[in-house]
Write a protein that binds this ligand. Sequence first.
Ligand code: UT7
Length: 329
Amino acid sequence: MSQSDPSKIFSRIAGTGGYLPERVMTNKDLEKIVETDDQWIRDRTGIEQRHISADSQTTSDLAYEAAILALEMANVKAEDLDLIVVATTTPDKIFPSTATILQQKLGNRGAPAFDVQAVCTGFVYGLSVADQFVKTGMAKKVLVVGAETLSRITNWTDRNTCVLFGDGAGAVVLESSTEAGILSTHIHADGQYEDLLHVPSGPSKVAQTDDIAERTMNMKGNEVFKVAVNTLSRIASETLEANNITKEDLDWLVPHQANLRIINATAKKLSLGADQTVVTVNRHANTSSASVPLALNEAVRDGRIQRGQLLLLEAFGGGFTWGSALIKF
Ligand code: UT7
């Protein structure tokens, strides 16, 4: 694993940003909407509250707030970006892409801008795509955002799902560097699990009834849980092996925030304690593609994650999709 190699180009994280909508919905608030209780949600998921967008806020609005902070930290001007990637499952419109709407808000013109759709693994997919552009010299300054307004595709009458999700956005600015940054990314999918976690209808597969369940998230939680735990353990091993390192070399696990029990199982497998695992699920719930960059941003900004440390990012989501990134911060 090289620290600095003038013959090689790396993508280095130059800045991070995050944004959560102002409105907080607690488990107690949910008790008034569906038959659930605060203790059940805490025990089964670790979630205590989630943030919900205002009616006027779109995914690109959330993405914009996170992007501005990441650009500021990186000391990069929006007009100098030469690629914008937005990972989202809840785009503002069917088209144009949320990335081009964000581009307009940021005042960038001409850079390629596109969305990546890999549900909860979206940010890791976006990071992987951006990394290929940087490594091949196609781009030098890249904005990668994970942003979601999941509250818009939540069935607020279904207790199996509505307690699990929240809204938010996280962003990173990548810069081309001869110093080590992203060391490897690993992305996968297996479409045979489509029906375990999905929104049944869309622009092409038109809803056949007025049932709200057709237009909102459906999940067989228990089955997803089992596959998630096993898959995340496999992707962690794959990442360590590909980089010829051991779990002892890792400084931080920055996991997807779906369920505290899943996070703890992955951390345990890697022998990482609570002081080496970034947890935001208690306050953010599952924000899909925003969850990993929001967690990363929080630990960078509060000083836990330091320059030079080795981070393992991982995620798992609908599709199924899953992925990881090993990063020298
Ligand atoms: O980000 C993408 C990946 N997503 C995930 O990784 C999520 C994976 N799944 C999970 O996190 C968990 O499976 C859940 C948190 C969704 C559910 O936890 P569980 O321990 O798997 O519970 P369960 O689905 O087996 O349900 C247990 C019981 C059921 O009652 P019975 O049938 O045992 O009487 C449910 O009806 O809990 C009941 N239940 C609830 N009770 C109170 C389900 N939802 C609720 C609720 N409040 N909100």
